[in-house]
Design a protein around this ligand. Structure first.
Ligand code: MG
Length: 168
C-alpha cells in the first residue's frame, strides 16, 4: 500500500483529493484569511502519506466494495446494506484518522458528520453504491487536514497549539 494506491482507490470510489481539499478550505478559511486552496490540497496529501491513514482507508473502502458485491457474510452484509445508524463502526474507524490530530480534528469531524458538506453529501446520496465507510473516511481526512493547517498556523490564536501533535 502506497500513497499512489491510496489516491487511486479514492478516485475509483468517486473521491478526488480536490473534493476533499474543498471541504478543508470551508472549515479553515473563516480562521485564516490568507489560506489558499492549494494549501488545503497539500495538507490532504500530507495526511494521505501516513501509513496508518492508508491502512484505515484500505480497510473501510474494502468493506464497502465487498458489501456492494454482496460478498460479506451475514449478518454484516444486511447491516451494511441498510447502513444502520447504530452500526457506528464506520465512524469509529474514521476517528482513527482524526485521533492523530487532536481535539480540533475531533470537533471538525463531528461537525462534518452532521453537516455533510460537499462530496460527503454526494456520497450519502449514493444510488447503487455502498459508502458506509467512505463518507466517514472522507470526513476524517478533511477534519485531519484541517486540524493540521490549524496546528501549523502560528497566527491561529483561537486554538490551543500547545497540544503535542506529531509533525506530519
Ligand atoms: Mg457512514
Amino acid at each position: 500500500m502506497t500513497y499512489d494506491d491510496c489516491v487511486e482507490l479514492l478516485q475509483r470510489r468517486g473521491v478526488t483529493l480536490t473534493s476533499i481539499s474543498e471541504i478543508v478550505y470551508q472549515l479553515q478559511h473563516p480562521y485564516n484569511a490568507v489560506l489558499k486552496q492549494e494549501d488545503c490540497l497539500d495538507s490532504v496529501k500530507a495526511i494521505l502519506r501516513k501509513r496508518e491513514v492508508q491502512y484505515t482507508l484500505l480497510t473501510g473502502i474494502t468493506l464497502d466494495i465487498l458489501a456492494e458485491q454482496q460478498l460479506l457474510p451475514e449478518p454484516l452484509q444486511s447491516i451494511m446494506e441498510a447502513d444502520e445508524s447504530l452500526y457506528g463502526v464506520d465512524e469509529t474507524l474514521a476517528l482513527g484518522i482524526t485521533n492523530m490530530f487532536g481535539t480540533i480534528a475531533l470537533t471538525s469531524f463531528g461537525y462534518l458528520d452532521k453537516a455533510k458538506v460537499g462530496i460527503i453529501q454526494q456520497l450519502n446520496n449514493k444510488g447503487d453504491h455502498v459508502h458506509v465507510f467512505l463518507d466517514d473516511l472522507v470526513a476524517g481526512l478533511a477534519a485531519a487536514a484541517s486540524a493540521r493547517i490549524a496546528h501549523h498556523d502560528v497566527n491561529a490564536r483561537q486554538y490551543d497549539v500547545s497540544e503535542n501533535i506529531d509533525e506530519v
